[in-house]
Design a protein around this ligand. Structure first.
Ligand code: 1HN
Length: 346
């Protein structure tokens, strides 16, 4: 759309209506209705080792209890000061040190954890405690009480992904602290997996939550699923082998607002170019390689993190067998009929 010409009469008119909280659509329409996605969100990569060093410093500066959560936010360079990794998503790196207490609270925002380093720290969600290991994908549903701790002798680092900007957009945030640092454990360990992880569901149960009843998807299972699929060699030209984490009740994404994925790129594989409307956060759990996003190339290894903005061409290349975890707002875009992807010619 072309900019509308300025005339003294028009300028005077705009000034007069401005005082009435009115403005002319014809001056802004081209910015509102773009022919293709146009975002301030930029491609970026964070090297985990650099983040890790700052997190260790943060561990000496503040306790988890005082901070509530000891987290460094991954701020998109095009969205600084807004606590956003993409336009619709938040991401951070959380450190839970031996003996830490990240006290119980709950909020409207849904959270995911993807474990990067350390083994055996715990989160308790809605009365069930789970111990976590690298590669585990763990969900905290909207308004579920959650607290974290670490009774091991090693620090634990994980990636937090939350739908904070979406909840902010809808002005729908509620949050509550607890009088107790640690919530009461009301369920045995492994309860949610025992009930819902076996492709058997209680026939008459009416759950109202749209979040998966399984809240820890252990890496051992994800990795095995990828390995089983590898045997069939059904490689997708754009993705290698990419699976979504599913809610066993519905087959939908495991979380209502965030789509989560795990993918295997075998050694030497180079993907065909791909673009989609869901800006996506990636981290590698195994292997190394590089990802080209638009005209930039990012080299990654285990635990490094990178962000692909909406509608940017992406290709991945693996130097060793590599496993990538990723998350995006696709779960929402698909429900709103907004999701679009382009596989190039692949
Ligand atoms: C939160 O509750 C956690 O529970 C992490 O670990 C990061 C960022 C903003 C708001 C709530 C957590 C968060 C958060």
């Amino acid at each position: 759309m072309e900019a509308v010409a300025k005339t003294p009469e028009r300028e005077a008119f705009y000034r007069r209506i401005d005082g009435e909280n009115l403005s002319a659509l014809w001056n802004v329409m081209g910015d509102l209705i773009t022919p293709e996605p146009k975002s301030a969100c930029r491609p970026h990569l964070w090297k985990f080792d650099a983040v890790r060093a700052y997190m260790i410093e943060a561990g000496k500066l503040i306790t988890a209890k005082e901070a509530e959560r000891r987290v460094l936010i991954l701020e998109n360079p095009g969205l600084r000061g807004q606590s956003k990794v993409t336009t619709s998503l938040y991401a951070g790196i959380q450190l839970v040190l031996p003996g830490d207490v990240a006290p119980a609270h709950r909020h409207s925002q849904s959270a995911l954890r993807f474990i990067l380093d350390g083994k055996g720290a715990f989160t308790t969600v809605a009365g069930e405690k789970t111990l976590m290991a690298p590669g585990d994908f763990v969900i905290t549903p909207s308004m579920a009480w959650h607290d974290h701790g670490n009774e091991t002798s090693e620090p634990m680092f994980w990636l937090d992904g939350l739908d904070i900007p979406m909840v902010q957009f809808f002005d729908a945030s509620f949050a509550e602290g607890s009088n107790e640092d640690r919530q009461k454990i009301t369920k045995p360990a492994g309860d949610s997996f025992a009930r819902y992880g076996r492709n058997l569901l209680p026939i008459d149960e009416k759950r109202s939550s749209k979040t998966s009843p399984i809240f820890n998807y252990p890496y051992s299972h994800s990795r095995e699923a990828l390995e089983q699929a590898r045997v069939r060699e059904e490689w997708d030209a754009c993705h290698g082998l990419k699976l979504k984490f599913a809610n066993p009740e519905t087959g939908d994404f495991a979380m209502p607002t965030i789509g989560t994925f795990i993918q295997l790129l075998p050694k030497g594989f180079k993907t065909a170019r791909y673009r989609s409307t869901d800006a996506t956060v990636f981290t590698a759990i195994e292997g190394k390689g590089r990802t080209r996003i638009g005209d930039k190339t990012f080299e990654w290894g285990p635990r490094d993190l990178f962000v692909v903005p909406s509608w940017h061409w992406v290709t991945h290349e693996a130097d060793e067998d590599a496993v990538l975890f990723s998350f995006s707002d696709r779960a929402v875009q698909q429900k709103l009929d907004l999701f679009r992807e382009d596989r190039g010619n692949a």
